[in-house]
Design a protein around this ligand. Sequence first.
Ligand SMILES: Cc1cc2nc3c(=O)[nH]c(=O)nc-3n(C[C@H](O)[C@H](O)[C@H](O)COP(=O)(O)OP(=O)(O)OC[C@H]3O[C@@H](n4cnc5c(N)ncnc54)[C@H](O)[C@@H]3O)c2cc1C
Length: 380
Amino acid sequence: MCDGGLMISFRNMRAIDVDPSSRTVRVEPGATLGDLDAATQAHALAVPTGINSTTGIAGLTLGGGFGWLSRKYGMTIDSLLSVRVVLADGSLMVASESENSDLFWGLRGGGGNFGVVTSFEFQAHSVGPEILSGLIVHPFADGPEVLRACRDFLKDAPDELSVWTVLRKAPPMPFLPEEVHGTEVVVLAVMYTGDMSDGKIAPAPLRAIGNPLADVIGPQTFVGWQQAFDPLLTPGERNYWKTHNFDEMIDEMIDTALSYIETLPDPQSDVFFAQLGGAQSRVPDDATAYQGRSAEYVLNVHGRWSNASQDESCIAWCRDLWNAMGQYATGEAYVNFMTEEEGARLESAYGSSYQRLVELKNRYDPTNLFWLNQNIPPTV
Ligand SMILES: Cc1cc2nc3c(=O)[nH]c(=O)nc-3n(C[C@H](O)[C@H](O)[C@H](O)COP(=O)(O)OP(=O)(O)OC[C@H]3O[C@@H](n4cnc5c(N)ncnc54)[C@H](O)[C@@H]3O)c2cc1C
């Protein structure tokens, strides 16, 4: 939000048009991931997006976008075919690989810096409607061994398997013993998007690790799994997020992250490591503005709490953990997981894309009309 500026709401522009024959889908910018999943899954199709159905397709796509399907089908931007975009001078442009391809490159990772996107066209992929997914919850005390074993297994895991590690206090989930509720746990969130008949085989080594408190992996709808984490991320709470990219998960990172979980400032806060690799890592670095494809893991320090009185302690905890993990990080970072105050970090976050993004900004938005974002200031 900004004072004295203009904010455009796309709340009423959320139409989605799926063409099952070409497996393409046109999406208006007000749609959420849940809207998109519902429309595409009616045809057993899906676009790789993020892991919460309430997230907006527009901001997620423009920053890059990754989730359960990204190891198999790439990032959200890797399935983007074209966009319609209103530029700073008011003109309407189509951008794709064949039309205004420089702008198309910048819109795939460069955020809202170049214009107002009024529709996205995606290539969808065959997914579900049933997939294998669920959680494996381990006692916190077993964290060091479990996370090392998980990391070792994931090095050679198939693209169809995606595992995100969540460190947090256990919510009161019915499949967990009551005495575990509210205590620290290590959670492996797992989705397998391959043939269901292989579904028992692929994650089997992961399921054999340690002595979990619960293993609730099973068949469920893709739409249902996409909503599984929504109850933990309802709107209206206070949030402060920090992120790093890592080329590998080394023992010291595991131990550092676990040590901070012992002092979680609020039961709503958590730390997760998203495992990347797979298809998204095989797209050449210079194909899109998004950088960080070689990273194996993305860390999100997810500070979340309810009361303003906790602001200082929760933000300090996030920063301390982020600082402690910085020595292991690549320097590049996912702009959609960065807080609004991190402008100074943007050049390193974008790595080798940054100069090209500045040139695009100079060309398409020389007065920096679109500045309330992870801003790439023009230099003209
Ligand atoms: C609960 C939650 C879970 C998340 N999980 C994931 C995840 O799994 N994977 C992932 O990749 N990301 C994830 N994210 C991060 C997410 O990608 C960003 O928060 C993203 O900005 C969300 O986009 P939005 O459209 O909902 O937000 P908005 O606040 O509406 O938009 C964010 C910014 O994007 C730009 N923008 C939005 N719409 C347009 C438009 N039509 N034209 C031009 N610019 C526009 C603007 O600069 C705007 O300020 C998550 C975020 C949340 C809150």
